[in-house]
Design a protein around this ligand. Structure first.
Ligand code: A3P
Length: 332
């Protein structure tokens, strides 16, 4: 969508008027969440999501990375970017883009790009990005732009144990909270999460939608698990490369290129990059340091924060909601 400055802001105003008519509730920080087609969106991301859905034109070569927040999008962005562009940027290159820029700059969130339409044409014009574009979003499958399915482009979903998602989310929201908000106490946040009120939640419905699609369209939608990625990063990343149509050659394997990709994208390496320490992400009052995207990166950190009762409650909800879907997240 290339429109003049006023066209952008007029479009935004039109969508914001629509958003104000959607059901609302108070979520974490007492922030307003809007409900659209069964999912809760932080209010400021609702209009950008709808604009994206109505205007984004996917290319057959696009790679779309989808996650519910705090499932490991930053890691997946780094891995996918490194895999797809390894012909141009060797993962052993000390000046690799991932050692200079944040994964979030190299692989933008589509809703962030469309959020910029609030004040005029965004800096990053999607039309000008060279193919293959690697892009990310948190949008539920049912709210994706129609062109994503129609184009046949690849969609990669990264799923994580909802208990770890919740703990990661609580820490993250505490870090990025603008001063005018108060952090919701842990137990209250947990209640909201269990009631399905979190960004792009309910988490279980978000996961189930992508799972179902990955089963129905194996060539186009890949379903990855954070826990599996942690357990066997090289193996999962090689499957990702195959799925994206750029498998590692025997020669690359012999030269340990897959291992170099994994090392480049590791938590330790990513944390050491200046752009990931002091660089900033977001817009307006939701601007914060990139360092908040790198915390512990562990499986099972929920054990240090949740009571056994809390864990049982969330597991019970997830199990019940996913029953019959073929997806199980609790017996990991
Ligand atoms: P924790 O808060 O549990 O540590 P997202 O990128 O979707 O915002 O998710 C953030 C979570 O992914 C955080 O989890 C973060 O530490 C973890 N993460 C970020 N980079 C990672 C990496 N390179 N390897 C493993 N985990 C990573």
């Amino acid at each position: 969508m290339i429109v003049g400055e006023n066209g952008c802001t007029d479009t935004f105003a039109k969508y914001e008027a629509l958003v104000s008519s959607l059901p609302a509730t108070q979520g974490l920080w007492n922030y307003t969440y809007r409900k659209y087609n069964g999912f809760w969106y932080p209010e400021h991301l609702m209009a950008p999501t709808l604009i994206m859905r109505d205007t984004f034109v996917a290319r057959p070569t696009d790679v779309i990375l989808a996650t519910i927040p705090k499932s490991g999008a930053t890691w997946l962005k780094a891995l996918a970017f490194c895999v797809v562009h390894r012909g141009r940027h060797a993962p052993t290159n000390e000046r690799h883009p991932l050692l200079v820029s944040s994964p979030h700059e190299l692989v933008p969130f589509l809703h962030s790009v469309h959020e910029n339409y609030r004040s005029g044409p965004p800096d990053l014009l999607l039309e000008e990005m060279p193919s293959p574009r690697v892009l990310a979003l948190h949008t539920p499958f049912s709210a994706l732009p129609a062109s994503v399915q129609e184009s046949g482009c690849r969609v990669v979903y990264l799923c994580r144990d909802p208990k770890d998602v919740f703990v990661s989310l609580h820490h993250y929201l505490n870090e990025i909270k603008p001063a005018r908000f108060a952090m919701t106490p842990f137990a209250e946040s947990f209640d909201l999460f269990c009631n399905g009120v979190s960004g792009f939640g309910p988490v279980w419905d978000h996961m189930a939608e992508y799972w179902k699609e990955s089963v129905a369209r194996t060539e186009e939608v890949m379903f990855l698990r954070y826990e599996h990625l942690k357990e066997d990063t090289v193996g999962c990343m090689m499957r990702l490369a195959e799925f994206l149509g750029c498998p590692f050659t025997d020669e690359e394997r012999a030269s340990c290129v897959p291992e170099a990709v994994v090392a480049m994208c590791s938590m330790e390496r990513m944390k050491s990059v200046e752009a990931n320490q002091v660089g900033e992400h977001g817009a307006g009052e939701f601007t914060f340091r990139n360092s908040v995207f790198f915390r512990k990166g562990e499986v099972g950190d929920w054990k240090a924060h949740m009571t056994a009762d809390m864990a049982r409650r969330l597991d019970g909800i997830v199990e019940e909601k996913l029953r019959g879907s073929g997806l199980s997240l609790t017996g990991n």
